[in-house]
Design a protein around this ligand. Structure first.
Ligand code: HEC
Length: 182
């Protein structure tokens, strides 16, 4: 019973991802994945890239803190509203030059503002969506992990999942909060 429910949901998510012609639809649906994520045997949420909604494989070993592990399992960012994490996120945002393009308050500079509620890629209203956008980059001038010149497939390059969750927590603290994944 649990298995078939889970299978159905997984299939539904997959179908959505495969059939959606634009990434916005695909990822909005894919983020509503609580049932699959909370099933005992489902260890991970499914990431998709921002341009095409294609599967985005991220080495689970990189999710090496309790918060990162929880995010990988549930799609929820435990750092939202956490003052320490938010302060750290602001520093990491500066450290990785996000500031150069998105401005010191993330309200936009060369790149767009990140505080919402409206995004170029609507999926960025969710923490999972924003995570995917930053991790994978876009075709429009947003390099993977904010470091377009680095090899995004090299897991040693750029921010870690834990750092990215803190960045997102800070960005959210500057604007509209993301809808919870569960
Ligand atoms: C070299 C400039 C540059 C840097 C550095 C950069 N970005 Fe971006 N970013 C952009 C541009 C340009 C876009 C618009 C991309 C597009 O239209 O596809 C963008 C888009 C985004 C979006 C999607 C916004 C939306 O409206 O959907 C997010 C989220 C984001 N960036 C976060 C970050 C974070 C976090 C960092 C640091 C790790 C970062 N960016 C570093 C230039 C940059």
């Amino acid at each position: 019973m649990m298995n078939s429910v889970k299978f159905g949901i997984t299939l539904a998510m997959l179908t959505t991802v495969l059939t959606a012609c634009n990434s916005e639809n695909a990822t909005t649906s894919a983020t509503g994945d609580k049932p699959a994520a909370s099933a005992t045997s489902a260890k991970s949420i499914e990431f998709v890239d921002t341009q095409e909604g294609k599967p985005l494989v991220i080495d689970a070993a990189l999710f090496d803190t309790p918060a990162a592990k929880e995010f990988l399992t549930t799609g929820n960012n435990p750092y939202i509203g956490d003052a320490d994490a938010i302060a750290k996120g602001k520093k990491v945002f500066q450290l990785y030059s996000c500031t150069q393009c998105h401005g010191p308050e993330a309200k936009g500079q060369v790149g767009p503002g990140l505080t919402g509620p409206n995004y170029k890629y609507p999926k960025n209203a969710t923490d999972k969506g924003m995570f995917e956008t930053v991790w994978h980059g876009t075709n429009g001038g947003m390099g993977a992990k904010g470091v377009g010149l680095m090899d995004p497939t090299d897991p040693k390059n750029g921010i870690t999942p834990d750092e990215l969750l803190k960045i997102i927590a800070w960005v959210r603290s500057m604007g509209a909060p993301a809808p919870a994944a569960s």
